[in-house]
Design a binder for this molecule. Sequence first.
Ligand SMILES: N[C@@H](CCC(=O)N[C@@H](CS)C(=O)NCC(=O)O)C(=O)O
Length: 221
Amino acid sequence: MPDQIKSIKLYHYPLSRSVRTKWMLHEVLGEDFEVERVPLLQGGQFSEAFLDKNPNHGVPVLDVTYPDSTTQSLFESGAQLIWLADSYSEKGLAPALDDVRGRADYLQMMHFGGSWMDMMLWQIRLNEDLLPKKVRSPALAQFNRDKLKNEVEPQLERRLGEHDHICGDHFSAADCMIGHNVGWARAYGLCLAPVFDAYRSRLAKREAFKLAYADADSFGT
Ligand SMILES: N[C@@H](CCC(=O)N[C@@H](CS)C(=O)NCC(=O)O)C(=O)O
């Protein structure tokens, strides 16, 4: 733990976007952080205490406590991944600040995963599973399925065909974002080409990945 950080706590729900951050935390801290499960299906994200941390009522929330005992709550998974990689730079999970070209590619993939690809996955999930049936739009779900398949998949396939990881041969925090998204897409019958099988198998060999997904069986409870 760098001197400027006293402790870290993750608010988490299995298989959700908070796996991105849990995975990254295991990469940089092993098991030296606290995890609290937020009971999303029982509405725990709407408690007053949780809304104080994240008015958008979602996980992951990362509570960072500083040596002066103040706590800062971070509530965007992409920001959490970037912040963790930079705060634990000795782990080598992000290109160094003076690697201008590498940094540009890494940040681009991180945001592509956290906003553009995430937006398509979210629209599919909302319109196929989450919204009340009468307000779901099968057409919007299909539009986003087509967009992900025809526009996103070829970009990822090209990258993963050329290198083992999303930003080259080395694993980086951007793999916690894109790797998680690929797993999410596969649950919806997308990203099924062999190059994605190989990518997920490669990632699944990592100890931190295994720890992050260890509670996957309790999704839905
Ligand atoms: N942009 C946010 C999205 C967070 C988010 O929507 N989390 C979902 C789980 S995947 C959630 O907790 N939803 C509960 C709710 O919206 O009430 C991030 O990437 O961290």
